[in-house]
Design a protein. Structure first.
Length: 388
């Protein structure tokens, strides 16, 4: 797919981001066709490049970095030097969007905040992803996915009070905030079409996790009642003879009766007819399910549960999910051949546009790979503009 027919063709993004929140945002913008120019520190680059703890070329082009940085070009600049600072300002003159995920105030201290950049390019959109927002008591606190889980109530909830609280093992907050940042940038681009002016876009890990709990928050605000979907009495994860399955006992007139039918046990729905009854007797119900399910295989129970139209699924590893035919059919596998990393399969885009399918226009870049080409192009653009 050529750049000129992509949704964001002609949009230039100056990308100061690193690690996860920002890079997953700018990668999606690149997947949509934006020209994403990644600004990296000479000799070190994005923090994800040092995932293995060394700065050899092989280590710096690792799978973690590659997973978040396709469809970008890398420019290595010392932004604290006069030459590097001027190069950034020249880039901004030719750009539409500047994205960062530094702590609040860092871009201003570097001289690249919205007020400074909008003076040289009134149409610029400055998008920032922070830990806690630009102001307030936590504004300058270091933001990180696990901290956001802890401080927003996400980590506090467990399926059962007997289960120790733990860290969610996938970067839930980073990805959620990154996608909110994409939404904000797209909305700002649309608004610029109406007003001709740029603006600031801000998201935070903290806000994204609060927003993800909108149902729970409303229930707590109105009734002071904890809404915990994982703790529902007929829902759980149960070991089988060869693995584990999950059952969601909801969205049916009498899910308890259907579970008992599927598990070939006595119908308990007459004894525990209401949700309140089932909640009060959750330990007994869960133990009854657990004992029955432990006697046979995952395939056996899934077939029986699906026969009575209960929501159920096997508990699988990521490797099993990646090998599933559905993953390939959905276009979620993106194999590339990298000159340093070698062959690797990246995760594709979860957003599928019928007229603009995902295309890898730029491989995950080597550090500073495009510095000369990008800066020469910027110089030519500014020269042509001055001549008009």
């Amino acid at each position: 797919m050529s750049d000129n027919v992509m949704p964001l063709s002609g949009v230039r993004v100056i990308d100061f981001t690193q690690v996860m929140l920002g890079p997953c945002c700018t990668q999606m913008l690149g997947d949509f066709g934006a020209d994403v120019i990644k600004i990296e520190r000479p000799g070190a680059g994005d923090l994800s490049r040092s995932f293995y703890g060394d700065l050899s070329e092989a280590a710096m082009n690792n799978a973690v970095f590659a997973s978040l940085n396709r469809n970008k070009r890398s420019v290595a600049l010392d932004t604290k030097s006069g030459k590097g600072r001027q190069a950034v300002l020249d880039l901004v003159r030719t750009a539409d969007v500047v994205v960062d995920n530094f702590r609040a105030g860092v871009m201003d201290r570097l001289g690249f905040g919205y007020d400074a950049l909008s003076r040289i390019n009134p149409q610029i959109i400055c998008a920032s992803g922070t830990g806690f927002g630009p102001t307030g008591p936590y504004a300058h606190k270091g933001g990180q996915d696990v901290l956001a889980q802890a401080m927003t109530g996400v980590m506090e909830k467990t399926q059962d009070p007997s289960i120790p609280k733990s860290i969610y093992p996938t970067t839930l907050c980073d990805y959620s905030a990154g996608m909110h940042l994409v939404q904000g940038i797209l909305a700002a681009l649309l608004m610029r079409e109406k007003t001709g002016k740029g603006q600031k876009v801000g998201v935070s890990l903290y806000d994204s996790m609060i927003a993800m709990q909108m149902q729970e928050a409303a229930q707590w605000s109105k009734h002071r009642e904890v809404l915990n979907w994982a703790a529902m009495p007929l829902t759980g994860v149960f070991n089988t003879t060869d693995g584990a399955i999950v059952i969601v006992g909801a969205f049916k007139p009498n899910p308890l009766q259907d579970i008992c039918t599927a598990l070939e046990i006595e119908d308990l729905s007459a004894a525990y007819p209401t949700l309140a009854d089932q909640r009060a007797n959750k330990p007994f119900l869960q133990q009854t399910f657990r004992a029955a399910i432990a006697a046979n295989s995952s395939a056996y129970w899934l077939e029986r549960l699906e026969a009575v139209d209960l929501l159920c699924a096997p508990v699988r590893s990521l490797g099993e999910a990646l090998d599933d035919e559905q993953t390939a059919v959905n276009g979620m596998l993106c194999p590339i051949a990298h000159p340093v990393l070698g062959d690797i399969t990246l995760v594709g885009s979860p957003v599928h546009l019928s007229d603009a399918p995902l295309a890898v226009r730029h491989l995950p870049p080597r550090l500073g790979e495009h510095t000369d080409a990008v800066l020469q192009n910027v110089a030519q653009m500014l020269k042509a503009e001055a001549a008009e």
